[in-house]
Write a protein of this length. Structure first.
Length: 202
């Protein structure tokens, strides 16, 4: 496996070249990246790995949730590369990537999306209530999350303030560089076009 990984959706975004054993080259993207910068950043990461485009065997892209423009840029770029290089690709939901980055078996994934809205997904014992990423109002989340539940994700400060009364336990995810080789080796790749995941209707 020689995979190009693109995540410009999350707060800890990353573009990386990974094989089955390690991340060979990477660049952090913890800020908004402009469309004209994305291809340059990808080229810099490929150069850092001493890889050419022809060396790639697969592409992986975080498809959501995230900013509207960031997701469209990342997905469009991945689709074009997959088409032009004749490579299989995989769309990754941010909650699945974060699941790979925590050692806890039972936890909640929380992700703010608007002023009073967020996404919730349960893992382990919490999966029976929210097996898939679910769009919810902040008040409903505050009333329904179990007291003291471990959680991981990205919350707006005002959301964190409201949920603090639920005494949730904050989990600290591992560095994505540590888990990417195994994670990317274990997902399925295909030839279908990737689509951004927004998780809610406009």
């Amino acid at each position: 496996m020689q995979c190009l990984f693109i995540d410009i959706a999350s707060h800890s975004g990353l573009i990386a070249c990974a094989d089955a054993q390690s991340v060979v080259s990477s660049q952090s993207c913890d800020h908004k990246i402009r469309d004209g910068e994305l291809l340059t950043t990808i080229q810099n990461v490929l150069t850092g790995a001493s890889w050419q485009h022809e060396d790639l065997t697969s592409l992986a892209c975080v498809i959501g949730p995230g900013g509207f423009t960031s997701l469209r840029m990342a997905v469009a770029c991945t689709n074009v590369l997959a088409d032009q290089l004749h490579l299989p690709s995989a769309g990754i939901h941010l909650s699945d990537l974060l699941c790979a980055r925590v050692k806890e078996e039972h936890f909640l994934w929380l992700h703010s999306t608007k002023r009073a809205e967020l996404f919730v997904r349960g893992f382990g014992d919490y999966a029976s209530r929210w097996p898939d990423p679910t769009h919810m109002m902040l008040g409903d989340v505050a009333r329904n999350v179990p007291q003291g539940a471990p959680w991981v994700g990205e919350l707006l400060p005002q959301h964190a303030d409201v949920l603090r009364e639920c005494a949730l336990k904050v989990l600290v995810p591992e560095d994505p560089v540590q888990v990417l080789p195994a994670f990317l080796s274990g997902i399925s790749y295909g030839t279908n076009l990737l689509l951004p995941w927004y998780g809610r209707t406009p």
